[in-house]
Design a protein around this ligand. Structure first.
Ligand code: NAP
Length: 496
């Protein structure tokens, strides 16, 4: 199916029709009980599973991602939907807080005050090319917005628009089976930026969830700030995910680190936002051994087709640009010929001195590429870390002694990112309550939130205080007679 291309006027008309419907759904969806919303999310997971092989084949045809990767991404997506269903069934996420009245307080009586989180309203979601399920139509943004009680409009990613259409069908069937209000979920297709921009600018849009490139996320963020009424844009963008390699660990484990990092740099042709793009080490014999082992393994790694022609072209543009910077040496590349649209797994190195002077090396090369920075000493390593902008992840490879002897490095790395990893790889984002997939700008547009894990729901709600409300007008979560905080839902009833 071809994705239609719209003019600016057509885009405005489509956006208006869709957002009017989303707004009409918002009031009704707010009143749907937590148990019914949870049943809706569970039903979406089931409907996605029922698509079986059809979905996997379609996604494989559109993205070239292998079936096993797509199957595991589908499991992650359905598990995420079920986790949000469980979260809203349990209920404490609304942060209900009750301060009962003290009418005889002196010198002034205290009113009855009750607070909880409520949905923002219609949310527009943009998915990323590299995760056709988990960061797309029924991915984390959609699951968390629906869980919060916000109607969702998904702007389909044109590079997996048919996959997106199939998942959208599953969501529509789930909505019908669980008797959700009409237009609680809508799916729009289009090429060109006009439709997405018109959706962001529409007055009924209350928030945006975006996963993708820095250019895309920043453009939509800036646009939203120009609205008469600005709205939050939660954009998860690119990251270079620095890895700091400390001396004792490198001396003891260079070989096993090289094996681990081969997978992290090259699996999925490096098309992960958490791929380690910069590795910072001390310029010594152990680093040479590490680079030799990783380089040898990269030489033996076969190229594979990248997600789409645009991403492949951008990879080669950024790779060429990086190799052209002063002092950059190509340490290794695949020993196989790369075909059309295939990536070329590559490892390069540069001295810290050159790195510090070349801003082009500080940003993401999306694909199978990693740059090793050779530092003379700790001061240089700290200068390199100090030059880096906000990141999704920061990794430290170090023994206990390394970590004890280098507290400034540990601290500098901890300040950089939303998730700090010790002796592991940054790729592989676990979906669980403690996950933070976020970080300071430019990794995201709002470091206070995460796009993965249950607290992702907090992006699409706002706190509301109800003062002196009679019991029959209070939402269920705020109907308790006693002062206090945090109620939990047990068997469909709010309990302390
Ligand atoms: P992308 O090119 O930014 O596209 C993402 C979506 O945003 C598409 O639907 C695209 O629409 C839309 N879009 C982009 N620029 C726009 C603009 N100026 N105005 C309106 N809409 C715009 O990114 P991608 O190709 O999907 O993914 C590759 C990038 O995503 C990589 O850099 C990777 O690091 C990043 N990524 C980040 C994360 C994370 O969690 N931070 C996860 C996965 C990927 P059209 O295609 O219709 O133009």
């Amino acid at each position: 199916m071809n994705t239609p291309s719209q003019t600016e006027d057509q885009s405005s008309l489509i956006a208006d029709a869709v957002m009017q419907k989303a707004e009409s759904a918002a009031a009704a969806f707010r009143k749907v009980s937590a148990l019914k919303k949870a049943a809706f999310l569970d039903a979406i997971a089931v409907e996605i599973e029922l698509l079986g092989k059809t979905l996997i084949s379609c996604a494989n045809r559109e993205t070239h991602l292998p079936d096993d990767r797509l199957l595991s991404e589908r499991s992650r997506t359905t598990a995420q939907l079920r986790a949000f269903a469980e979260c809203i069934r349990e209920g404490s996420w609304v942060e209900a807080s009750i301060d009962t009245a003290i009418p005889d307080r002196m010198p002034t009586p205290k009113p009855d005050l009750r607070k909880m989180l409520v949905p923002l309203g219609p949310v527009v979601v943009f998915g990323a090319a590299n995760f056709p399920f988990a960061y797309s139509t029924a991915g984390g943004d959609t699951a968390s917005a629906l869980a919060a009680g916000c109607p969702v409009v998904v702007k389909a990613h044109p590079e997996h628009a048919d996959t997106s259409e199939l998942v959208s069908g599953a969501i529509h069937r789930a909505a019908k089976k669980t008797e959700m209000p009409p237009y609680v979920f809508q799916h729009v297709r289009g090429t060109g930026f006009e439709l997405g921009q018109a959706l962001v600018m529409h007055p009924h849009t209350r928030a945006v969830g975006f996963t993708g490139s820095f250019a895309g996320g920043k453009a939509l963020f800036d646009l939203a700030q120009k609205r008469e009424k600005p709205i939050p844009v939660f954009a998860e963008m690119g990251s270079v995910n620095p890895v700091c390699m400390l001396p004792e660990a490198m001396a003891m484990q260079w070989e096993s680190f090289a094996a681990q990092y081969l997978g992290s740099v090259t699996s999925g042709m490096g098309q992960f936002c958490t791929k380690p793009g910069l590795q910072i080490g001390f310029d010594n014999a152990d680093l040479e051994k590490y680079m030799g082992a990783l380089g040898k393994a990269i030489t033996g790694t076969k190229p594979a087709v990248m997600l789409n022609p645009g991403i492949a072209a951008n990879f080669y543009k950024r790779r060429t640009e990086s190799l052209a910077q002063k002092g950059v040496q190509l340490e290794a590349k695949t020993g196989f010929e790369s075909g059309e649209r295939e990536g070329t797994p590559s490892l390069a190195s540069v001295s810290a001195e050159h790195f510090l002077n070349e801003p082009a090396l500080h940003t993401e090369v999306f694909g199978p590429w990693s740059l090793i920075i050779r530092c003379r000493d700790k001061e240089e390593m700290l200068s390199v870390i100090g030059k880096l902008e906000g990141q999704l992840t920061a990794t430290l490879l170090g023994t206990d002694r390394d970590l004890e002897e280098n507290p400034e490095i540990v601290e500098a790395m901890c300040r950089l990112a939303g998730r700090i990893i010790i002796n592991g790889v940054p790729t592989g984002v676990e979906v669980c309550p403690s996950m933070v997939h976020g970080g300071s700008f430019p990794a995201t547009t709002d470091s206070r939130f995460t796009a993965v894990g249950l607290s992702a729901i907090k992006r699409f709600v706002r706190p509301v205080c109800l003062q002196n409300f009679p019991k029959h007008l209070l939402p269920e979560a705020l109907q308790d007679e006693n002062p206090g905080k945090i109620l939990r839902m047990v068997n469909g009833e709010f309990k302390r």
